[in-house]
Design a protein around this ligand. Structure first.
Ligand SMILES: *[C@@H]1O[C@H](CO)[C@@H](O)[C@H](O)[C@H]1NC(C)=O
Ligand SMILES: *[C@@H]1O[C@H](CO)[C@@H](O)[C@H](O)[C@H]1NC(C)=O
Ligand SMILES: *[C@@H]1O[C@H](CO)[C@@H](O)[C@H](O)[C@H]1NC(C)=O
Ligand SMILES: *[C@@H]1O[C@H](CO)[C@@H](O)[C@H](O)[C@H]1NC(C)=O
Length: 388
């Protein structure tokens, strides 16, 4: 067993394997070379009769971890990663050796280094090739001085680790390998202090569910306790201030808009009143433009028409307006003036429409009838014609 790689002992080892396999495989499985710290409580589990981890103990398919070889490996590493044992004289801890065994398994299965034990066809070794020098660094010469040395090699690249893990995650047969890689990378970023168990529970490593990337942990976990605290306080305040600013700006523009509109309306109102005044003071104006008055009115500029209509208020026959109110067409066409107090508007519009209907020659003397009615509501039609 000791001279596993010495050619002279292979035959005897095979003989021993056959014998023990037949007789005692249940009690002493032929897996005996997973290295652990000297004096470790895991020595029993790892069946340590040799101090070297060997490729022959490595299972590469997830399904193999249901078989004896894989199960033994899993048990050993499980024990090591949970162990807090730390050998003070050698400086080796069980966690160191557990992670070393994971790296060894990864190297064996992916790169076939130091010895190939499987020929699983997969594109992933190509995807993982960039970190090969890092993974293999000092793999055959482990010691307490170089357990983590591979992390600081130039070929250790997190993006390649990500690609590699992603690839193995896609295979349904070798997802464990992605978790092996993630575990050893995690320890590169967050060294396990001696005397402590490994942060990641082994049950999460020996499963086909990919571990979360420790890259995301590097940005969130350390920041979560210190850096984020001021942020957590500042962000809501900042948000509140931003919302307040936005509201203020909105209010400002809304009020300005309102004021502008009111000013415009007041201006118009003012103009209109002046119109009214002047027309009353100078009632005689030409009525020759009567037919054209329909159009300015319809388009909102009803001023001139009105001025004409005011010219002879005295002659207006009273009942005429009421007649017009019920005149067909006059009422229906007053849509533009639908209002609560639409009576006056309807009346006025109806008058104009009927004026058209009855012919241009119709005496404008009738117009004034509308004046007393429209007077107080003079602005109303304007509002409806320019809906804002
Ligand atoms: C373990 O491996 C080292 C180097 O690979 C070798 O020198 C040593 O003899 C081995 N130990 C045993 C017990 O096989
Ligand atoms: C191992 O066996 C159990 C049941 O025996 C099964 O549910 C599980 O999927 C197997 N694991 C692998 C990786 O095949
Ligand atoms: C490697 O592949 C060959 C045939 O492709 C097969 O016979 C052999 O068992 C395989 N070895 C392993 C370790 O899977
Ligand atoms: C790993 O694969 C599973 C499904 O097989 C998927 O749900 C998960 O998102 C994958 N993880 C990554 C990091 O790609």
């Amino acid at each position: 067993m000791l001279g596993l790689w010495d050619g002279g002992f292979i035959r005897s080892r095979l003989l021993a394997l056959v014998l023990t396999g037949i007789l005692l495989s249940r009690f002493f499985p032929a897996v005996d070379a997973l290295r652990t710290a000297e004096g470790s409580p895991c020595a029993d589990v790892c069946h340590k009769s040799s101090s070297n981890t060997t490729s022959s103990e490595i299972a590469c398919l997830d399904a193999s971890y249901n078989a004896t070889k894989g199960r033994t490996f899993e048990k050993c590493v499980d024990c090591q990663l949970r162990s807090t044992y730390d050998n003070p004289s050698t400086g080796e801890s069980d966690v160191n050796w557990g992670l070393y065994n994971l790296r060894y398994a990864f190297s064996t299965c992916v790169y076939g280094f130091p010895h190939s034990v499987s020929n699983v066809s997969s594109p992933c070794p190509v995807a993982c090739d960039g970190i090969r020098p890092a993974i293999e660094f000092d793999l055959t010469n482990p010691s307490s001085f170089n357990f983590d040395a591979w992390c600081s090699t130039s070929s250790f690249a997190d993006n390649i680790v990500n690609t590699c893990e992603f690839c193995y995650n896609l295979t349904t047969t070798q997802v464990y390998l992605a978790n092996f890689l993630e575990s050893i990378r995690y320890n590169c970023h967050f060294r396990t202090t001696s005397g402590k168990a490994f942060d990641i529970a082994p049950s999460r490593i020996f499963t086909q569910v990919l571990l979360p990337s420790s890259m995301s942990l590097t940005t969130s976990t350390p920041g979560g306790s210190n850096v984020n605290l001021p942020l957590v306080i500042a962000l809501p305040i900042l948000g509140f201030i931003i919302i307040l600013c936005a509201l203020t700006i909105c209010c400002f523009f809304f009020i300005r808009h309102r004021r502008k509109r009111m000013r415009r309306n007041r201006h118009h109102n003012h103009l209109y009143n002046r119109w009214n005044d002047t027309t009353i003071s100078t009632p005689k104006q030409g009525n020759s433009g009567w037919p054209e008055q329909q159009y300015p009115f319809a388009s909102g500029g009803y001023g001139p028409g009105f001025s004409d209509s005011v010219d002879t208020p005295i002659h207006a026959p009273g009942p005429w307006a009421e007649q017009q109110m019920h005149a067909p067409g006059g009422y229906g066409n007053g849509l533009g003036f639908m209002d609560n107090d639409g009576r006056t508007q309807q009346l006025e519009y109806g008058y104009y429409q009927s004026g058209l209907a009855h012919g241009r020659a119709e005496s404008p003397a009738v117009h004034p009838q509308a004046v007393p009615l429209t007077g107080p509501h003079a602005v109303e039609p304007e509002k409806h014609q320019n809906p804002q």
